[in-house]
Write a protein that binds this ligand. Structure first.
Ligand SMILES: Cc1cc2nc3c(=O)[nH]c(=O)nc-3n(C[C@H](O)[C@H](O)[C@H](O)COP(=O)(O)OP(=O)(O)OC[C@H]3O[C@@H](n4cnc5c(N)ncnc54)[C@H](O)[C@@H]3O)c2cc1C
Ligand code: SF4
Ligand code: SF4
Length: 491
């Protein structure tokens, strides 16, 4: 078990971030790793708890607690502390197919449930994971592995986000022939065209896709499976079809002048920005915040990604509206460990806005009541209003506009980051599948749909979530598909 008393001897030490003013000069990742000796000390802080909540991976009060992949965290922390990196990596890879993604973008529910965080700072689980996987790639321990035997079964996966990739990876290693269909020009789903490059450099997504291709998985890009004909073709040509199409239907705003030009959904903006970074041409991005007054509607992580991206594109100003009240800085009594802590987080984009413009871009308990457009039909202002939360007749909290709180803000670029309402309709129609009231694809038994041989995974099944949950979903779906095809599964 790590170092006896390690957590008493050593304080938590995180990777060092490049300062906000420096890192906004480009779209590169900005966490600088600590040295190897320090990393071992950090791993030694793990107490190898008898009941390790860090790997519990369940939802408590609707929020994640512990690692959804059930990573064997105390085991690899101990091996890492002892310098046995190869064994530590092996333990990590037993449960996590793509640690290079989770260790960069996971909000680390493991750390929120770590026993050390009860009275102090959690173990640096996420960064320990990153050290191990990059050690594996640097030493070429991670390499393509061919299935020892092929089953002769063919599987089509629609969508190449983390759930589709995890499903494909598992089923291919089991010996099935896997083809992934993706409507975008690059594979990776929101790992590629959602999460910005400064959080997850696309080099790491491409590195994994190349490895999967080497292992025998076929990626068919720029191909949308969204008509009944395309769906029927897949169903007749493959032994099983997995829908890993995400839940990317954005929640819209029903306000006057919503149709004005300059108002975009957040993911369209983030996709355009990443495409511009990757295509490395001299033209401007199709949506460009340069010199614009930017208004971001939505105070969550996607909104924060828009703030960080707009700042890198040299916006003139940025404001972020959040409907909910500002959270407290510490856990409240009704939100005990190991629940997800409902505390205020100042994320990288907001830190950068503070550094550049001198103030936090967030305005709490406020929303847009109406947009104003100019003669050319372009958005030029927004009328914003305060909201108060009141119980309705069904005892549910509902936002109501506060009388006489309207004010006008100038804006010539607006990003709507107000969440997602489920799977896009064309996929449901193409496969003739029902949606639940949450807008996701209905299943009959875990991951199986009402149509024989058609399965669903990831956000398309559970709604917008996290990369780590999408990967866990992918693993579960792979097992269900394998059982369907072979009568049993050893996955
Ligand atoms: C802006 C943003 C930032 C995020 N940041 C984080 C983060 O930092 N950390 C984190 O853990 N989670 C984050 N998330 C959530 C996370 O990205 C998702 O939960 C996860 O990607 C879901 O994986 P998925 O495979 O189910 O779907 P997706 O990643 O959405 O992939 C679905 C894929 O299916 C393709 N597709 C859809 N329909 C079709 C069709 N008809 N034919 C062919 N292809 C199709 C899409 O093009 C897409 O590539 C973020 C989400 C957003 C929107
Ligand atoms: S995948 Fe996420 S939750 Fe699991 S150990 Fe890694 S950082 Fe923690
Ligand atoms: S809860 Fe924290 S201290 Fe305990 S085993 Fe997990 S990582 Fe180690």
């Amino acid at each position: 078990m790590g170092k006896i008393g390690g957590f008493l001897e050593y304080d938590r030490k995180d990777s060092i971030d490049i300062s906000p003013k420096q890192r906004i000069c480009n779209f590169a990742e900005f966490h600088l790793p600590i040295n190897e000796e320090e990393r071992k000390k950090q791993a030694s802080r793990c107490m190898d708890c008898g009941v390790p909540f860090c790997q519990f991976g369940q939802e408590i009060a609707g929020m994640s607690s512990g690692c959804p992949l059930h990573n064997m965290i105390p085991e690899w922390n101990d091996l890492l502390y002892r310098g046995n990196y190869d064994e530590a990596l092996k333990r990590l890879l037993l449960t996590n197919p793509f640690p290079e993604f989770t260790s960069r973008v996971c909000p680390a529910p493991c750390e929120k449930a770590c026993t050390c965080s009860l009275h102090g700072d959690a173990v640096t689980i996420c960064e320990n994971e990153k050290f191990l996987i990059e050690y594996g790639f640097d030493r070429e321990i991670i390499k393509a592995k061919q299935a020892s035997k092929r089953s002769g079964k063919k599987i089509a996966i629609v969508g190449s986000g983390p759930s589709g990739l995890a499903t494909a990876w598992q089923l291919n290693r089991r010996g099935h022939e896997v083809t992934v269909y993706e409507r975008s020009d690059r594979a990776g789903g929101l790992l590629m065209y959602g999460i910005p490059n400064m959080k997850l450099d696309k080099e790491y997504v491409n590195r994994r896709i190349a490895l999967m291709e080497e292992e025998g998985i076929t990626f068919v890009l720029s191909t949308s499976i969204d008509t009944p004909e395309a769906a029927d073709k897949l169903k007749s040509e493959y032994d099983a079809v997995v829908l890993a199409v995400g839940a990317s239907k954005p929640r819209d705003l029903q306000v006057a002048n919503r149709e004005a030009t300059g108002i975009h959904f957040a993911v369209d903006y983030l996709q355009a920005a990443t495409k511009h970074v990757l295509d490395a041409n001299d033209t401007e991005p199709t949506i460009d915040a340069n010199n614009k007054h930017v208004l971001v509607i939505g105070g969550g992580d996607t909104g924060n990604d828009c703030v960080g991206t707009a700042i890198r594109q040299h916006c003139a100003s940025v404001m972020q509206l959040e409907m909910m009240p500002e959270l407290p800085s510490t856990r409240q009594e009704n939100n005990p460990w190991p629940e997800w802590p409902k505390v205020k987080k100042t994320d990288y984009g907001q830190e950068e806005a503070i550094a550049v413009f001198g103030k936090d871009p967030r305005v709490y308990e406020a929303t847009v009541k109406e947009f104003v457009k100019n003669e050319a039909g372009e958005v030029c202002q927004a009328i914003i209003v305060d909201v108060a939360w009141q119980l309705d007749e069904n005892k549910r909290m509902q936002p109501v506009h506060v009388a006489d709180s309207e004010r006008v803000v100038d804006c010539d670029l607006v990003f709507i980051a107000a969440g997602f309402v489920g799977v896009e309709n064309n996929v449901c129609t193409a496969f003739m599948l029902d949606q639940t009231e949450r807008g996701v694809l209905a299943t009959t038994d875990g991951t199986a749909t009402a149509i024989d041989g058609v399965f669903v995974t990831g956000d398309a099944k559970r709604g917008q979530s996290l990369v780590v949950w999408a990967m866990q979903e992918g693993k579960n779906t792979a097992r269900a598909v394998d059982t369907y095809l072979m009568g049993y599964s050893n996955l």
